[in-house]
Design a protein around this ligand. Structure first.
Ligand SMILES: Nc1ncnc2c1ncn2[C@@H]1O[C@H](COP(=O)(O)OP(=O)(O)O)[C@@H](O)[C@H]1O
Ligand SMILES: C[C@@](O)(CCOP(=O)(O)O)CC(=O)O
Length: 528
């Protein structure tokens, strides 16, 4: 980066992130520079699949990337992606720097790159070919796609003078389930590399909304490049949601062009049930299915697609209306959003993009009356989402072996109003009942081979933990360092989240997860 540009950065990001002197608090054994972490969310489509307009939102399942530095005697850069059993080390001096920095080719960190350079891809090929030579072809493809993404971003943003380091990634996002796992990885890599070259300011409190958005945009641009390496022709929606968080409205009128994407900072953070069918699916296949049906029944299918588009519009109108309170949506606003979920699912079923497993999940959840459920993403498998009702409505044993069911709406109302006057103990009883229902549901879903997550919808985008130390006051002096060994040993979603300081909130009263020590660019807060 030219010195002139470096000096334009208000303060090096590293010294501003946590507001304390990180090196002073580190253990003696730590390597040259403090390790740090970045993290980015997956996404779900909330409304509008297959229609012209849709809404996608971030979820609290995330990828976490730990960047640890080695002593200068090493001249290597390593990838450790244990979720896919990928591990590879390159010699920094052997990477094709001359091609990436050739006159007229070199990209700046703030550039908008919309196509991959074939010369760059060709120059990387020998360094990609040596990755995982002895694994089956299908696995090798996945490894080499991840390696290409990393190398493309690394050679574009780092330099031959970059410090030796290890990039270790763990994710709580199921892979290939339509939840944007690849985009979250691209966002993590982009953010980490931009932070390392000090091309980002913050995140810090009081950062003006415009400045927040600029940092997010900078990360997003390179994340899109990463997505191009994995997907060839990505829509850009997944990386945009993952970088910025909350939700976006995206509109496609012309499928040959990228969609128009606009943030919805007012989307409320809501508790969400996510169930993975574990049924693999292909967006292309489902999109083709709808196209064929449309050819056979043009008027009918166009009406269905228009109706789905109207669902998106209705949700968007509500979310952006002046009376809407994103911090505490009224019961009627939530019911509006919930009803749209139910209608949207019905219309997707009529397009033929559901799957018996998705229908089974919806059936099991509908029996509990716990929320509003739809499939999410292209369909044909993948996941279902349920927006949970704010307070458990009257639920009682139905005696038919299905566990619990919803009472009629009149008794719901009387219970609601009673609850409003009642003490916390009654609320806590209803909360306990809700948890019981969720636990029973979990057993049923797991018995049928499904995977259930209690998460939060529409939370933060990319986040930074610099240094990778948690100050929880009861661990090693100066905080608990998240080192590679601990990171690799952490078991499952819970283990990873506990290690990186997430206090999961799915079952707390407030939906937002607490992420101790982490900082986020939050344009929606600075706007307030
Ligand atoms: N946890 C992970 N670790 C390493 N690479 C990952 C991980 N998750 C996703 N990827 C990369 O992203 C690709 C999955 O992308 P894709 O099939 O589009 O799934 P999704 O719909 O979840 O984004 C994988 O093949 C791999 O290259
Ligand atoms: C089916 C579609 O509406 C959404 C695709 O969802 P996903 O690939 O499952 O995240 C296609 C699109 O709008 O690009």
């Amino acid at each position: 980066m030219p010195a002139q540009l470096l000096s334009q950065l208000p303060t090096p990001a590293a010294t501003r992130l946590n507001g304390h002197a990180p090196l002073m608090k580190r253990k003696q054994s730590s390597p040259m520079m403090p390790s740090f972490m970045v993290s980015a969310p997956g996404k779900v489509i909330v409304y509008g699949e297959h229609a012209v307009a849709a809404i996608a939102a971030a979820i609290s399942l995330r990828s976490y990337l730990l960047v640890s530095f080695l002593s200068k005697s090493h001249r290597t850069v390593s990838l450790r992606f244990p979720d896919i059993n990928l591990e590879h080390t390159w010699n920094i001096d052997e990477l094709p720097w001359e091609v990436f920095s050739a006159k007229g080719k070199k990209r700046n960190y703030y550039d908008l790159v919309t196509t991959l350079d074939p010369d760059f891809i060709a120059a990387l090929q020998p360094h990609v070919d040596v990755v995982s030579p002895h694994v089956p072809e299908s696995t090798r493809k996945i490894h080499q796609a991840s390696a290409t993404t990393f190398l493309y971003l690394y050679c574009s943003l780092a330099s031959r003078r970059s410090p030796p380091c290890i990039y270790t990634l763990r994710s709580t996002i199921p892979i290939g389930a339509g939840l944007g796992s690849s985009a979250s990885i691209s966002v993590c890599l982009s953010a980490a590399l931009l932070l390392q070259i000090r091309a980002l300011s913050g995140p810090h409190q009081d950062q003006p909304a415009q400045e927040c958005e600029l940092q997010i945009e900078r990360i997003n641009r390179w994340a899109f490049v990463g997505e191009m390496c994995i997907h060839g022709n990505p829509s850009g929606v997944d990386n945009t949601v993952s970088a910025g968080g909350k939700a976006v409205l995206f509109q496609r009128r012309d499928y040959t062009k990228p969609p128009m994407v606009a943030p919805i900072w007012n989307f409320p953070e809501l508790p969400l049930l996510l169930v993975n069918t574990r049924q693999s699916r292909s967006t292309l296949t489902e999109v083709a299915k709808v196209a064929t049906l449309r050819e056979t029944h043009p008027l009918l299918i166009e009406n269905v697609l228009d109706s789905i588009g109207m669902i998106t519009e209705s949700a968007h109108r509500l979310l952006t209306s002046p009376g809407f309170n994103p911090r505490n949506p009224s019961p009627s606003a939530l019911k509006h959003l919930g009803d749209l979920i139910t209608i949207n699912h019905g219309l997707l079923v009529s397009l033929g993009v559901s799957h018996p497993k998705l229908e089974r999940i919806r059936e099991l959840i509908d029996h509990t009356g716990i929320g509003w459920t739809k499939l999410t993403g292209a369909g044909g498998g993948g996941c279902a989402i349920t927006i949970l009702k704010p307070q458990p409505t009257s639920l009682q044993p139905n005696g038919n072996g299905n566990g619990l069911h919803h009472s009629d709406s009149s008794s719901d109302e009387s219970e609601d109003s009673e609850e409003a006057d009642c003490s916390a103990s009654i609320i806590s009883n209803t909360t306990k009942l809700k948890h019981k229902i969720l636990d029973t549901l979990e057993v049923k879903l797991e018995n049928e081979g499904f995977e259930k997550f209690e998460i939060t919808l529409a939370g933060d985008g990319v986040g930074v933990l610099w240094p990778a130390v948690l100050h929880n006051g009861n661990e090693e002096e100066g905080g608990e360092e998240i080192d590679q060994e601990k990171f690799l040993r952490a078991e499952g979603t819970e283990g990873i989240e506990r290690l990186v300081g997430v206090i999961s909130s799915a079952r707390r009263k407030l939906p937002r997860d607490v992420r101790e020590g982490w900082k986020f660019w939050r344009p929606w807060e600075t706007d307030a």
